[in-house]
Design a protein around this ligand. Structure first.
Ligand code: IFM
Length: 403
């Protein structure tokens, strides 16, 4: 089962989840304020160890690395841009190239500078201008980067920002729960999440469109954004409800990608929908560490849906993975996901690469327990220990296919 020539094989990360000491960010400022939430602290110190991390990927056989640049580091005060931090991220880009890894760079992955949050965050007047100013300041270091994602999962961010607005509590929006993250009352919580607020979603769409052309012109990159794909499956009688949910949770953001160069598909599990809404999941022994059902077929469903709604925008799988302590389960899941993806490609869906979530066990937005990584990182010594899944994915990459 082979993949198209030039297919990218890699892994994805986000700055706040791996770098450590992201002290000027709003997420850092709010850590520990929520019951049960852990601190990011040093994270896994990838800020200093990025070269080792990239080398492990390259030696395994991977060919691409998606990482983010951190706005809070680059612009610690409004209008003051740090040349040292910009140089740091340029070094990361250069290091990736020197190791044979194609860089895929994300400009915004959930976190904002503290001052931006204090100004009212994404709901403030001028928020889009602030983002555009940051992007303009960053473009010189992004020259030659072939793939740039402006924002990560704007649909989930719109949900969280809307939740905070409803609660009238600006800190509530820091209670980030990823689309895959479920706690003990997991399913109940997940089913109760308010839908993303379309008005806030429009703000993100405006931000994305505001920087798309300037990024293309100044860097030569293919520009897109990444969407948390929910991989809905209609149960008998659930078709209309599914269409309704799909529109507000993901299609608005996929439609906004129609003029883009690629769409980042991010998929983990599926959501089954009956006539009343999402079906409650009965816990099963193979559930993931975030309480979601084990459904590798999600990636194929997500890719087909994104292809259809964007009306044919090329796809880069920018996240797919599983929170598990059992690395055999990770390999089995990834193989299943890749088979479903290959089927979609066989049916004509244009997919350019697969970037696994994630390279390192990391800070899952307030929690350290859900391990999604291909590499274990000791949080005291920062020693890296690749898991068998890294070698396995590297073999798939070298073969450009599944055995
Ligand atoms: O860790 C997150 C990531 O930051 C965004 N997408 C989902 C991942 C797993 O929950």
């Amino acid at each position: 089962m082979n993949f198209p020539d030039g297919f990218l094989w890699g892994a994805s990360t986000a700055p706040h989840q791996i770098e450590g000491n992201n002290v000027n960010s709003d997420f850092w400022a709010n850590e520990g304020r929520m019951p049960g939430m852990e601190f990011s602290g040093d994270a896994v110190d990838s800020y200093h160890r990025f070269e080792e991390d990239m080398r492990l990927m390259a030696e395994a056989g991977l060919t691409s690395y998606r990482f983010g640049i951190e706005w809070a580091r680059i612009e610690p005060r409004p209008g003051h841009f740090s040349n040292a931090e910009l140089s740091h991220y340029r070094r990361m880009i250069d290091t990736a190239w020197s190791l044979g890894l194609t860089p895929v760079v994300t400009l915004h992955h959930f976190t904002n500078p503290r001052w931006f949050a204090d100004e009212g965050g994404w709901l403030a007047d001028g928020a889009v201008d602030r983002f555009q100013a940051f992007v303009e300041a960053a473009t010189p270091i992004l020259e030659g980067v072939p793939w740039i994602a402006t924002m990560n999962e704007p649909n989930m961010l719109a949900m969280m920002t809307g939740m905070a607005r409803l609660a009238g509590d600006p800190e509530a929006q820091q209670q980030w729960q990823s689309p895959t993250m479920d706690t003990e009352q997991a399913q109940a919580v997940r089913l109760r999440l308010p839908a993303p607020d379309p008005e806030i979603g429009q703000r993100f769409i405006d931000a994305h469109h505001a920087v798309r052309d300037l990024l293309r012109e100044r860097t030569g990159a293919r520009v897109g954004w990444t969407v948390a794909n929910r991989a809905y499956q209609a149960l008998p009688g659930g078709e209309a409800k599914m269409a309704e949910l799909s529109h507000v949770w993901e299609d608005l953001y996929l439609e906004a990608a129609r003029g883009d160069d690629f769409i980042g598909v991010q998929s983990y599990s599926t959501i089954r929908v009956n006539a009343d809404g999402p079906e409650e999941h009965v816990p099963a022994p193979d559930d993931t560490l975030v309480g979601t059902p084990y459904r590798p077929e999600a990636l194929g469903i997500a890719a087909r849906h994104a292809w259809e709604v964007t009306q044919g925008v090329p796809i880069l799988v920018t996240e797919n993975g599983i929170a598990t302590a059992d690395d055999d389960q990770r390999i089995a899941y990834t193989e299943g996901a890749l088979r479903a993806l290959a089927d979609a490609i066989g049916d004509g869906v244009d997919v350019r690469g697969y970037l696994h979530w994630t390279l390192l066990d990391n800070f899952e937005w307030g929690h350290w327990a859900p391990t999604f990584g291909l590499i274990h990182a000791d949080r005291e010594t920062f020693e890296r220990t690749p898991k068998p899944s890294l070698g396995w994915l590297g073999q798939v990459a070298r073969r450009n296919g599944l055995a």
